[in-house]
Design a protein around this ligand. Structure first.
Ligand code: COA
Length: 365
């Protein structure tokens, strides 16, 4: 008995930007981006909200719309849990999962969002599977038989479009899977989650929360202080506007590419090895590995160091870029749509990212 993947879908924003267009923004070239990352184009959500993208991916995974993989059409009442992995929801409250519940009429679902950076989907999958497994064996919990796990990202909203080190890498999109508890299927065979401290702050993005609370160590601040504070805030706003005008926005992603690269390559190998060992499955028995699509060279490196063929890895970075948490379910949906996953196949999903976070799951399709 296990927790089976019974649906999968993705959503890709309409606007596609190629590397030549990126070279109009920053000092770069198609040759540099292609050879260093494997990326040729990325999509930017101009007219699609995070909720729009989540909805499109979810509807395909639920079997309501064409264009995804779905073993059957799921009734709205059948979904007990929605988890969205995202850094870039439309609003902080309600959560993206709560907005999706309302939009899709999934009235029995409990829902929340989760932030584990680029590993968010794999973390959410782990949490959903744990909640389903726990409720299957205990009567003192909310019954959860089916979960919708969505990852949606619009990194275009936290990208410094004047920083060539990061802006060429990222893309927007969403992916979703439906998980179902099934007494007769193996489903998820093993999982692995781990964190390491990002001691050098190699991957950061400041919070957009910037209200200054009207308090000091003695309690409520005096009116004069508040006025001073508000003058200071105005000065600061002017500074921010000037900085923005110079192409230096504040709440954007910053990355030390080489440090992140080294961590990612090592983390991917560790996570794949762990899920195989925990499931007592040899790498030779794996039909497909669907990795986080951060850089094709990380996958090259991983394949070489594990002594396995690169063909075992699903690649979809070329026309997506790095879509953060959404990249794994987006690539997984591609693999289903392209007939690369058949019933009974053993599949690994693996991700790594800011935090640092590392996660993987091995399942039988
Ligand atoms: N176009 C042209 N040149 C660029 C460039 C761009 N878009 N971005 C950086 N460069 C330049 C650098 O400024 C540097 O120039 P310098 O030698 O004059 O200083 C040179 O290229 C080499 O930079 P470097 O950082 O050593 O390149 P790299 O081979 O490490 O590739 C990344 C950079 C970002 C592609 C790579 O480090 C990477 O993919 N890291 C991991 C990213 C990742 O996975 N992030 C998400 C994790 S979830």
């Amino acid at each position: 008995m296990g927790c089976a993947v019974i649906g999968c879908g993705n959503a890709i924003p309409d606007l596609e930007i190629d590397n030549d267009q990126m070279s109009l923004l920053v000092d770069t070239s198609d040759e540099w981006i292609s050879s260093r990352t494997g990326i040729k184009t990325r999509h930017v959500a101009l007219n699609e909200s995070s909720l729009d993208l989540s909805e499109e991916a979810a509807r395909k995974a639920l079997g309501w719309d064409d264009g995804g993989y779905s073993e059957r059409s799921i009734d709205p009442e059948e979904i007990d849990l929605i988890i969205t992995a995202t850094l870039t929801g439309d609003v902080l409250v309600p959560s993206n999962a709560a907005l999706l519940r309302r939009k899709l009429g999934l009235k029995n679902a409990i829902c929340f969002d989760l932030n584990a950076a680029c590993s968010g989907f794999v973390y959410a999958l782990n949490v959903a599977e744990s909640m389903i497994a726990a409720s299957a064996t205990a009567s003192n919990r909310s019954p959860i038989r089916r979960a919708l796990v969505v990852a949606v990202e619009r990194p275009s909203r936290i990208t410094n479009w004047a920083d060539r080190n990061t802006c060429v890498l990222l893309g927007d999109g969403a992916g979703a899977v439906v998980l179902e508890y099934d007494e007769n299927r193996a489903g998820i065979l093993s999982t692995f989650l781990a964190n390491e401290d990002d001691i050098h702050n190699a991957l950061t993005c400041p919070t957009p929360l910037d209200v200054v609370p009207p308090f000091d160590a003695d309690g409520v601040n005096t009116a004069q202080d508040i006025i001073d504070e508000s003058h200071a805030a105005i000065d600061e706003m002017v500074e921010i506007e000037e900085s923005l005008a110079e192409g230096n926005p504040r709440n954007v992603l910053r990355m030390n590419g080489q440090r992140v690269f080294k961590f990612s390559a090592r983390a991917m190998k560790q996570a794949i090895t762990e899920v195989c060992e925990r499931a007592h499955v040899s790498l030779d028995d794996i039909a497909l590995i669907v990795p986080h699509q951060a850089n094709e060279r990380i996958i090259d490196f991983g394949a070489r160091h594990m002594g396995i063929s690169k063909d075992l890895f699903k690649l979809s970075i070329e026309h997506r870029g790095n879509t953060s948490a959404a990249s794994v379910p987006m690539a997984l949906a591609d693999a289903y749509n392209e007939g690369q996953i058949k019933k009974g196949d053993k599949v690994i999903v693996v991700a790594f990212g800011g935090g640092f976070t590392i996660g993987a799951a091995l399942y039988e399709a």
